[in-house]
Design a protein around this ligand. Structure first.
Ligand SMILES: CC(C)(COP(=O)(O)OP(=O)(O)OC[C@H]1O[C@@H](n2cnc3c(N)ncnc32)[C@H](O)[C@@H]1OP(=O)(O)O)[C@@H](O)C(=O)NCCC(=O)NCCS
Length: 290
């Protein structure tokens, strides 16, 4: 999503939904309301994790998730369409915790607001299937740069990203994971962004691509770099200049970093989320694995 941050322009606010969020925020001031007893969750939340991956997959697909195959099945990658009508957004808003509602409320654009609400509600439902904990009871903690993780219960490694009306989720067993998705059918000043954020070698590799494919190649590098940043839990500003993706348009993409050998252990994959989008998944081998 971050490329679009460099665009200017504010969307209109959706006053009814925002009023509803404010109402929800006032309505649940403390822990005395147990949201898990509210029978409003979409049907996937009714299902219990069975430990049987075929059952889990079926439950997720029934809820509207689409699986995105990734090399070596190194992670489970799911995507979800965030397009939703008002009543669906409202139903999703009821799934969120107070701090999530507060974050939703802070979004200035209608789309940002709606997409955040749906993406977070579906994150809860996805993790419920993987952990067996009901969606509303899952609790999150955040790293110093905002990376969410599960706290106080069964743990899985996960990450999410959204762009356009698409959310992508990556779940890994023990390995820290980072994911990014970008919608590619829109105009961004890729030349300027590449000059600013890419290494000289990456920039030159991009110039070697034919102009017709360059925009797509730019997004491939961009998503790869974001997924790498996100696997570490750091921010773009801290890490973007500290590593380079070699062979960015081939397989495997390799990472070199003069400053952090840890970054070179990261494995980068490009699952195909379908037309109009590019996605990347980065995995950091668990510390005790080779
Ligand atoms: C992490 C970062 C690269 C994500 O980029 P983005 O294009 O804005 O957003 P994406 O769609 O790719 O991903 C957003 C999701 O990534 C997750 N996320 C947020 N920060 C993250 C981080 N540092 N690492 C990994 N994942 C992160 C969140 O789940 C977020 O979704 P949600 O908030 O809607 O639940 C960017 O936001 C960043 O650099 N953040 C750091 C900011 C920072 O350093 N803050 C310090 C003071 S708090």
């Amino acid at each position: 999503m971050s490329v679009s941050r460099y665009k200017t322009g504010k969307g209109k606010r959706d006053s009814n939904l925002r009023k509803f969020t404010r109402f929800l925020l006032q309505w649940q001031p403390g822990p005395q309301i147990d949201r898990s007893t509210l029978k409003i969750a979409p049907r996937v939340s009714e299902l219990k994790a069975s430990g049987n991956s075929a059952t889990q997959r079926a439950a997720l697909m029934a809820a509207g998730f689409m699986q995105v195959p990734v090399e070596n099945n190194c992670a489970d990658v799911w995507q979800f369409s965030l397009a939703a009508d008002d009543s669906t957004v409202t139903r999703h808003a009821l799934m969120l915790s107070s701090d999530e509602l507060e974050r939703a409320y802070k979004h200035k654009s209608t789309n940002g607001f709606r997409q955040f609400v749906v993406a977070r509600s579906m994150l809860r439902q996805l993790l419920a299937i993987y952990t067996g904990v009901s969606p509303a009871k899952l609790a999150f903690a955040y790293g110093p740069h905002g990376k969410p993780e599960l706290t106080g219960g069964p743990s899985v490694q996960f990450n999410l990203a959204h762009s356009g009306d698409r959310a992508i989720y990556a779940i890994a067993n023990k390995q820290p994971v980072g994911v990014d998705i970008e919608r590619i059918g829109r105009t961004v000043n890729s030349q300027r962004l590449a000059k600013r954020f890419f290494s000289t070698a990456e920039y030159e590799a991009l110039q070697g691509i034919s102009p017709t494919s360059r925009q797509q190649a730019f997004f491939r590098l961009w998503t790869g770099k974001e997924a790498i940043v996100k696997v570490t839990g750091k921010g773009l500003a801290q890490l973007i200049g500290k590593f380079e993706i070699t062979n960015p348009f081939g397989y495997p993409a390799l990472i070199i970093s003069r400053e952090s050998p840890q970054l070179e252990k990261i494995r980068l994959y490009y699952p195909d989320p379908g037309e109009g989008y590019i996605a990347a998944v980065a995995l950091l081998p668990a510390q005790n694995s080779r």
